[in-house]
Design a protein around this ligand. Structure first.
Ligand code: ASP
Length: 360
């Protein structure tokens, strides 16, 4: 891109060179030098980044490493946003979405509305490696997983079932479902944690739980890969597919630039192709943090009034995790404080996301 078109792009994106944190020839300079291994993930992914870091250190491809890393969270029955133990759709059936993207080959694989398989990111990896396609959905994705030896199982834990049942029983007073008078304390606690105080009144209201894990990695040579895996929006309409399995929305990697992935309200990323936008902003000179913040500002602008509070702020959560080719990284979120996970030569830790708004 010429200097002029680059400047025009920056103006169109609404960011100045200073605000974008441009450093001299960022991506090109880094490509020639070794960058340290970096693995980042959403705040629920510290074990995933640790595992992926160790595998990359042992010489594994970053894509295999991030898929193995997120499998820890897919296996975790206590994480109600991913894999086994994920919250179900409105009929009580767990439907999973996941995708992978491999920087060096620019190949991608994904699955959507997959039932009964606890490691959808691994199925997505097989779509990438063993098909000429990118996205398989529903029954076709399940057939494909079976063909590759994945075992079917019931993914709905008792905990997730009880949370779903309470949601169903308390949705309306006009139906025949009555809430449990002896409520499970774990379920009550879950609803308490997912209630938000409305900013314009003292009332609290249940906020539909979101969650997901995104994990991105760069190795010492600067090769980048990423994955996003989720049970999606809790109690969704059956067949609803979020951003996580959509390349460019829930994740994107360009081996010459960097990667970006997301957790939170998928519809916002589908409408804004946010992860692609994050990588394109970095291509044009923005730092990972500025690229992520700019995507958040764009989303604020395009959010419909129904989803905004009185001060014009989106009433949902959304976060991005970005790595640039030269090894810089960032986590950004609409509502902070919030943490993201990072593993590098200094170990595994949680760092603060930069945020647009402070949680009430
Ligand atoms: N992004 C996911 C989806 O919309 C959910 C989430 O991250 O909470 O399906």
């Amino acid at each position: 891109m010429s200097d002029v078109s680059r400047r025009l792009f920056m103006q169109a994106a609404g960011i100045s060179a200073v605000a974008a944190g441009i450093h001299a020839a960022p991506a090109r300079a880094a490509a020639q030098n070794e960058v340290g291994i970096k693995v980042i993930a959403s705040g629920n992914g510290a074990e995933a980044t640790r595992k992926a870091y160790e595998m990359i250190q042992a010489g594994e491809d970053p894509l295999d490493a991030v898929v193995a890393g997120v499998a820890i969270v897919e296996d975790d029955p206590l994480d109600t946003s991913v894999g086994y133990g994920g919250l179900p759709n409105e009929r009580g059936i767990v439907e999973l979405d996941a995708a992978v993207m491999h920087g060096p080959t620019h190949k991608a694989g994904s699955v959507a509305s997959l039932q009964n398989i606890r490691h959808p990111a691994q199925v997505a990896l097989q779509v990438l490696r063993r098909t000429d396609h990118v996205l398989l959905v529903g029954a076709g994705a399940l057939d494909f997983a079976r063909a590759h030896g994945f075992q079917e199982e019931n993914l709905l834990t008792d905990h997730a079932r009880k949370i779903w049942l309470k949601w169903k029983e308390t949705m309306s007073e006009k139906d025949d479902w009555l809430p449990d008078p002896n409520e499970d304390p774990g379920v009550a606690q879950f609803f308490h944690e997912h209630s938000i105080a409305l900013t314009d009144s003292l009332a609290r209201r249940f906020r539909r739980p979101t969650g997901t894990i995104h994990c991105s990695a760069i190795n010492a040579k600067g090769d980048i890969s990423c994955t996003t895996t989720t049970s999606g929006l809790a109690f969704k309409i059956p067949g609803r597919v979020g951003d996580s399995p959509i390349i460019g929305a829930g994740l994107y990697a360009d081996n010459t630039v960097g990667s970006c992935g997301s957790t939170g309200r998928g519809e916002a990323n589908l409408q804004n192709l946010s992860s692609f936008a994050g990588v394109e902003l970095m291509r044009n000179g923005a730092s990972p943090e500025e690229a992520g913040m700019e995507v958040l500002r764009r989303i604020v602008k395009t959010t419909e009034p129904r989803l905004k509070d009185k001060e014009g702020r989106p009433d949902f959560g959304l976060s991005f995790y970005l790595i640039s080719k030269d090894g810089r990284y960032a986590g950004v979120t609409l509502w902070g404080p919030e943490k993201y996970a990072i593993s590098d030569a200094n170990g595994t830790r949680l760092e603060d996301c930069k945020y647009l708004y402070r949680k009430p």
